[in-house]
Design a protein around this ligand. Structure first.
Ligand SMILES: [Zn+2]
Length: 159
């Protein structure tokens, strides 16, 4: 058995009047990400981590933001597609570890729901998905509440 790790990163600007969706869950907040799809940073970074570990390029390769079919798309769809591509290469998700960085709102209370939603999309138990929240201590665009970002490391196994 061999083990592969992949890293993913994503950032979206936050603007007033948009829905804030993180990890497939809509959070009550007055701002949300600007993006072609629903702008779910955690789902996007997770997708890239999976593609990286699988040697399958990145999210833009598979779901270009110029493609109208992904406009406003629920990003969990991207994870469901990634799941199929991994299965096609006989790869299994061992573990996912993520950090989501935003000044507000508090994400921790929503983590159980996010882990369930991400696990469902990927076909793995929620226990395999570990989430952490950070602020940027008021520093830079994230600290000023102008953006949200996520870093994800995914570990896969191959037979
Ligand atoms: Zn994104």
């Amino acid at each position: 058995m061999s083990v592969r790790c992949g890293i993913g990163y994503d950032l979206h600007r936050l603007e007033a009047g948009r829905k804030l969706i993180v990890g497939g869950i809509e959070l009550p907040f007055d701002k949300g990400p600007v993006g072609h799809s629903d702008g779910d940073v955690l789902a996007h970074a997770l997708c890239d981590a999976l593609f990286g570990a699988a040697g399958l390029g990145d999210i833009g390769t598979h779901f270009p933001d110029t493609d109208p079919q992904w406009k406003g798309a629920n990003s969990l769809i991207f994870l469901e597609q990634a799941r199929k591509l991994l299965a096609g290469k006989n790869l299994t998700i061992v573990h996912v570890d993520a950090v989501v960085i935003t000044e507000k709102p508090k994400l921790g209370p929503h983590f159980p729901k996010m882990r369930e939603a991400l696990g469902r999309a990927l076909g793995v138990p929620a226990e395999k998905i570990h989430l952490k929240a950070k602020t940027n201590e008021g520093v830079d665009a994230i600290g000023r509440g102008e953006a949200i970002a996520a870093h994800v490391v995914a570990t896969l196994s191959a037979p």
